[in-house]
Design a binder for this molecule. Structure first.
Ligand code: ATP
Ligand code: MG
Length: 433
């Protein structure tokens, strides 16, 4: 436990810090996030994807089984703890496993296909840096129960559509690959292990370990010596059987027809056996080392691996923090009307006036203290469109002084007609969605 607790029960933390790799989202940040996730949710809805929210923790097994014992996430990045009842729980590092668990435990596979959108915090113990956090947020989409390549096309199109509408698509490239079906993968695995076994001495220790447990992951290695070996490795493409090639061609042709540009990256892989066919990633060069913006693929074996009925799936996830850094700025926040009471009697009237205007749809700032000039300064800082000034004179006359803060023009408006008279400011002051 950090800090000391005094006899008064007060914690004496010299510097109370957030946990490394976590961020407070202040209102401005939240607006940027909501701009991105709101667009994504709306677009997903147009494709028929309804929002799902699964718990932020699951039994550890849910992730261990689906992400595989050798993945970086499981070996190094999970927040795993025993709860007070002794169950091993893990804060979700991603949401596909949770969605698959929900499908199984909720018996949802009676109604396939299912289309889900999600948005929420994920947790990974990583080295924090720009665009890489320990609590971050993802939006994502999952399509379950569609084995045809049309599903892959739809899911990629949805991703591109979201990126486009927030102004990010033009800053990314779409990389695409095919892992083929189970037979093709097995053939490739053999070819790869055969090749790499002849170069064991040049491989990093980590890759040597992966050679037996998860050889495809070696293709992902950033190690220079590994990269030199990988350069001449057999290509996944050459191991694809006919049906796998046809599947991939259909996906590529579909994207072509829809005008979605992509490059074929033969090194783009997913290590786990339940992944198949399409793997894709929208990457950017604008965020330094954190190039992955939106990534996904087909996972036909996942639900079965978890003990559910065999259910094909394809989906993607995108980091909200990375998207928010790249996205167009959200529309300006609504400009408030400032209600400025002067004197004690005016406070009560101001409360009533404020209440009336807020109910009529205006964004209203009610000054709590200070003299007129201080309050006017605050109103200007808040970019208020107009000030509604209520002092003793005004109370006597039953009318407020309304000052246009752009022109400085003033007019007298009876308290009960304020909402109507302020109509010209309605648009600027209305909460935008
Ligand atoms: P990376 O190569 O950057 O570690 P990843 O392959 O681990 O990414 P995925 O598991 O595919 O990422 O997650 C999908 C998206 O979530 C990524 O493309 C990225 O935008 C985002 N993301 C992943 N990890 C983090 C993190 N620690 N902080 C912020 N965003 C993240
Ligand atoms: Mg990662």
């Amino acid at each position: 436990m950090r800090g000391e607790v005094t006899s008064h029960g007060v914690s004496l933390l010299a510097k109370l810090q957030p946990v490394r790799g976590t961020h407070d989202l202040l209102p401005e940040d939240s607006r940027r996030h909501a701009h991105v996730s709101g667009h994504a949710r709306d677009i997903a809805a147009r494709y028929g994807y309804g929002e799902i929210s699964t718990p932020i923790f699951e039994f550890t097994e849910v992730f261990q089984r689906t992400l595989g014992d050798t993945s970086d996430i499981v070996t190094k990045e999970m927040y795993t703890f025993a709860d007070r009842g002794g169950s091993s729980l893990t804060l979700r590092p991603e949401n596909t496993a949770g969605v698959a668990r929900a499908l199984i435990s909720g018996g949802l596979s009676q109604n396939l296909p299912l289309k889900f959108f999600y948005n929420g915090p994920m947790f990974r113990y990583e080295r924090p840096q720009k665009g890489r956090l320990r609590q971050f947020h993802q939006i994502g989409a999952e399509l379950l129960g569609v084995p045809e390549p049309l599903g892959d096309i739809e899911i990629i199109t949805l991703g591109a559509h979201v990126l486009n509408d927030i102004g990010v698509l033009g800053k990314t490239t779409l990389e695409l690959n095919s892992l083929g079906d189970a037979e093709s993968r097995a053939a490739y695995r053999d070819a790869l292990v055969g090749y790499l076994s002849g170069h064991v001495d040049a491989l990093s220790e980590e890759s040597r370990e992966r050679l037996t447990r998860n050889p495809l992951r070696i293709l992902d290695s950033k190690n220079d010596s590994d990269r030199a070996v990988i350069k001449n490795a057999p290509r996944l493409e050459d191991s694809l059987n006919e049906p796998s090639r046809a599947f991939f061609s259909t996906v590529c042709e579909g994207l072509d027809r829809l005008g979605i540009a992509f490059t074929h990256n033969t090194h783009l892989v997913r290590g786990l056996d339940y992944y198949c066919h399409t793997a894709f990633e929208f990457t950017t060069t604008e965020l330094g080392a954190q190039g992955a913006v939106l990534a996904g693929g087909r996972y036909d074996g996942l639900v079965e691996v978890m003990g559910g009925p065999a259910t094909p799936g394809v989906g993607w996830a995108a980091g909200l923090e990375r998207l928010a850094m790249l996205a167009d700025a959200p529309p300006d926040a609504p400009r408030p009307v400032a209600v400025i009471p002067i004197g004690d009697d005016a406070q009560t009237v101001a409360l009533e006036v404020t209440n009336q205007l807020r109910r009529a749809g205006f964004t209203v700032d009610l000054g709590f203290r200070g003299n007129l000039s201080k309050r006017m300064k605050k109103a200007n800082q808040a970019r208020a469109v107009a000030a509604v000034i209520i002092g003793e004179d005004e109370i006597e006359r039953g009318a407020a002084t309304v000052r246009d803060l752009e022109s400085g023009d003033q007019q007298e408006v009876p308290f009960n007609s304020l909402a109507g008279a302020l109509g010209v400011y309605k648009h600027a002051s209305e909460a935008q969605s």
